[in-house]
Design a protein around this ligand. Structure first.
Ligand SMILES: Cc1cc2nc3c(=O)[nH]c(=O)nc-3n(C[C@H](O)[C@H](O)[C@H](O)COP(=O)(O)O)c2cc1C
Length: 212
């Protein structure tokens, strides 16, 4: 199967797969593993905690592969973005909130801007801001997001049509190669995957405990 898409070409990665920047759990080791394997590793910086970034960013930066950092936009300020940019990410991803105050800063630093959207209004705003990549998040998504939007299957093609020619990543309920292939069939340039990567040795989460 041919994996080359507008997304892989833009980032110089082998596979059309990005690690979702899961707050706290998508740390340096997980982002590094994804980037080394040929995807785009995105650190989950959440609110931009400087100590967390100082610990995790150098780990993924040391791979020499493309990587980025993602935020919960409502919980950050320009200082958080500046601190993240000081580590030289290739991309900054903004989710859940107004990305407008930060778009220019990201661009000026030479990083690509990825904006995650939960509805068409947000998609229009992201395209208007000049986002380099738009992530269309369906309601199947784990973690943060809108609870009342559209599910991935109908939402992704709507965003693809609205945002063209901006590449779109599908997010929500994608956990294997079949899901990635489905995302491409919907017109997306790849998939952003969270929950599946949470269940890895590299994620910064406690191993699950089971009771008999
Ligand atoms: C545990 C967890 C934490 C998350 N935290 C963030 C976050 O801090 N910032 C963000 O942009 N997205 C966050 N997300 C949402 C992801 O960006 C993405 O939309 C989602 O993981 C895709 O769906 P999936 O989990 O079914 O793959 C989180 C997702 C999970 C599962």
């Amino acid at each position: 199967m041919e994996w080359s898409t507008a997304f892989t070409e833009m980032f110089g990665v082998r596979y059309p797969i990005a690690l979702a920047p899961m707050g706290g759990s998508a740390g340096g080791e997980l982002a590094a593993a994804v980037s080394r394997a040929g995807g785009l590793g995105l650190l989950g910086s959440a609110n931009g905690d400087a100590e967390w970034l100082a610990r995790e960013a150098p780990i993924v930066a040391a791979t020499g592969k493309p990587w980025g950092v993602g935020f919960l936009t409502w919980s950050i300020d320009v200082d958080a973005v500046d601190v993240a940019l000081s580590y030289g990410p290739g991309a900054v991803m903004l989710s859940f909130g107004d990305p407008s105050p930060y778009a220019e800063r990201v661009r000026e630093a030479g990083a690509l801007l990825i904006v995650q959207v939960c509805d068409l209004k947000e998609a229009e705003r992201a395209a208007g801001l000049g986002a380099d990549v738009i992530v269309a998040q369906g309601t199947e998504s784990g973690g943060h997001g809108a609870s009342h939007g559209r599910s991935t299957l109908p939402f992704v093609p709507a965003v693809v049509d609205l945002a063209a020619p901006v590449p779109v990543l599908a997010a929500g309920g994608i956990a294997d190669g079949r899901g990635v292939a489905a995302a491409l069939a919907l017109g997306a340039a790849g998939a952003l995957i969270g929950t599946r990567f949470q269940a890895t040795a590299e994620a910064l989460v406690q191993p699950a405990t089971t009771t008999p």
